[in-house]
Design a binder for this molecule. Structure first.
Ligand SMILES: Nc1ncnc2c1ncn2[C@@H]1O[C@H](COP(=O)(O)OP(=O)(O)OP(=O)(O)O)[C@@H](O)[C@H]1O
Length: 307
C-alpha cells in the first residue's frame, strides 16, 4: 500500500504539489490522472525519494522509501525511460541493476522476455526508440518482482498494440495482489486500464474514486429536442423544472438542449403538454472534455489559442 499524507512540494514560487492526501490499495490498478504540469511526476518522485517533500509524507507499506532494505525488490518505478546509459546494452543495463540489488541474474532474461525485448537484448539502449525505451524501463521496474509499482506515463511512445499489452500486463500484475500507481494525462486511456482514479489539478486533489463513478459524474448527457413550437416547449419544460438552452445544430436548425434529463422525462412532459416533437435524442459530452473541465481552473499549462 502507498500512503500519501499532506504531501507538499514547493519549487520557489511554484506550488508543484499542494497538501495531497490519498492511499493506493493493493489488488487494483490505480490511475494517477491530471493535465500536464499537475504535479504527477513530482508526487511520484517524492514517493521514491528522488525529491524531498516540503511537507508531508509518502509511505510504502508503512515505511519511507529510503528505509527500505532492498528497494528494487519492494518497489519498481518507471519515472524516466531515458535514464539508461546509451552505450550499455539492454541486458547489461538490467544485469547491472540486478547485481547491485542482489537479484539473481536469470531474472534479467525473464523480464526481457516479459517485455518483448529478448531479440534486442544485446543492442545498445542508446539506439532504442521511445517505445523500446519504455519497455526497457518496465523491465527494470519488474526486475525485483516488487509488490508495488509506480509508473509515470508508461504507454508514452508505444503503438496501439504496445498500449494494449501494457494495459493487460498491469491488470494481470494487480490481480496478483500488487499495488499499482500509473500516471497519465488521458482519461480515455485510464478508463480502460484503471479501476480507481486519483485525479489532481495544479498539485491539488480533485477526485479519489472509482473510475466508473468518476466517469458517471463527468459524462454529463444532454437531451436534444426539435419541435415546430420550440419556444413554447422550452417554456413548458422550464415550468416543470428543466433547464433548457436554445442553439443551432450542425445543419443550422434551432434545437433545444435540456440538461440533466432523460429522453423519457422530456418525451413524457412534451406529450402531457400536447407538443409534437420532430427530434428527441441524447448526446454525450466527450469524456476528455468533461475531465478537463473538472481540472479546468487548476490547469497550469494550456495551448495559447485556448486562453
Ligand atoms: N525541478 C523542478 N524545479 C522547478 N519546478 C519544477 C521542477 N519539477 C517540476 N516543476 C514544476 O512543478 C509543476 C508540476 O510538475 P510535474 O512534472 O510534477 O507535473 P506532471 O503532472 O507530471 O506533468 P507532466 O505530465 O507534464 O509531466 C510544474 O509547474 C513544473 O514546472
Amino acid at each position: 500500500m502507498i500512503q500519501i499524507q499532506g504531501l507538499t512540494k514547493q519549487y520557489g514560487q511554484v506550488q508543484a504539489v499542494d497538501d495531497l492526501t490519498f492511499e493506493v490499495q493493493p489488488g487494483t490498478v490505480t490511475g494517477f490522472l491530471g493535465p500536464n504540469g499537475a504535479g504527477k511526476s513530482t508526487t511520484m518522485r517524492m514517493i521514491v525519494g528522488l525529491d524531498t517533500p516540503t511537507a508531508g509524507t509518502a509511505l510504502i507499506d508503512g515505511r519511507l522509501y529510503r528505509d527500505l532494505a532492498r528497494p528494487l525488490v519492494e518497489v519498481g518505478a518507471l519515472l524516466d525511460a531515458k535514464a539508461v546509459h546509451p552505450n550499455r546494452s539492454a541486458a547489461n543495463h538490467l544485469r547491472w541493476l540486478a547485481q547491485s540489488n542482489g537479484i539473481p541474474l536469470r531474472r534479467v532474461d525473464e523480464v526481457l522476455g516479459l517485455v518483448g525485448l529478448s531479440d534486442v537484448a544485446g543492442k545498445k539502449a542508446g539506439g532504442f526508440s521511445l517505445g523500446m525505451g519504455q519497455r526497457l524501463g518496465l523491465a527494470a521496474a519488474l526486475l525485483g518482482d516488487p509488490g508495488v509499482l509506480i509508473l509515470d506515463e508508461p504507454v508514452n511512445g508505444l503503438d496501439p498494440e504496445g498500449i494494449r499489452w501494457v494495459r493487460g500486463l498491469l491488470q494481470a500484475l494487480a490481480r496478483e495482489g500488487r499495488t499499482i500507481l500509473v500516471s497519465s494525462h488521458l482519461l480515455s486511456e485510464m478508463a480502460l486500464t484503471a479501476e480507481r482514479l486519483v485525479v489532481i489539478g495544479r498539485g491539488r486533489l480533485v477526485a479519489d474514486t472509482t473510475t466508473r463513478e468518476f466517469i458517471r459524474e463527468h459524462s454529463a448527457s444532454t437531451v436534444v429536442v426539435r419541435a415546430p413550437r420550440l419556444g413554447e416547449v422550452a417554456a413548458w419544460l422550464g415550468r416543470h423544472g428543466l433547464e433548457t438552452r436554445e442553439r443551432r445544430d450542425a445543419e443550422g436548425r434551432t434545437v433545444l438542449d435540456v440538461a440533466d434529463a432523460t429522453t423519457d422525462d422530456v418525451g413524457t412532459l412534451a406529450f402531457e403538454g400536447g407538443f409534437a416533437l420532430t427530434e428527441l435524442s441524447m448526446t454525450q459530452a466527450s469524456l476528455e472534455d468533461a475531465f478537463m473541465d473538472s481540472t479546468g481552473r487548476d490547469v497550469q499549462y494550456r495551448a495559447t489559442e485556448e486562453r
